[in-house]
Unconditional design. Sequence first.
Length: 202
Amino acid sequence: MNLSDMYSINPRLVVRNCTDEILTNLKFSYTGIEKSPLKISKIYPGKQETKVLVADNLNKNKSMTAIKDGMMCSLPVTLIASVALILSNFPFLSNYAPGIDAVLKKIFSSINPVTLGLLAIYIIIGTARSYSKNKNIDPMYGIMCALASFLLVTPFSTVTDVIVDGEVIKNATVSNIIPTNVLGASGVFPALIITFISISVL
């Protein structure tokens, strides 16, 4: 009996036989893959295999993971600062609507100093929390230790021009202040180094 005769007699029998054959082939293929798993060298031959292994080792590194988490922690702050910066400096708005431009500058200009101006502090908190957890240390202890260590090496004085009784004094040393330039983007890399050193000695 050929296939046409079988189909004319019982069409469901043909569908069931085909389905059983497909499932059997799939099961055989899956069993073959399971018994002989593919290696990375077959998927990424040569130099690509080395790159994959290096990337995997970097991903497992505690310090690199802490830096990644610290940067991700500061992402909301960076986004808020970026939006505020765009709105406070909207292109060509001062030419067509100077009143609206003045209002936007007044509202959003104060956001930048407390976001990007303190970027190193936010990254210290995120990095210290992640690095402490990876080293099985209480995250609160790690954060406080990293912040204290960073402030310990931060200068509390700066040299700038000041006005005294209407007279400008150049290159005057002002004490008991924290320069904001060391708390922003320029202080990120020193903050990361200090965070790792301070938590490692705990």
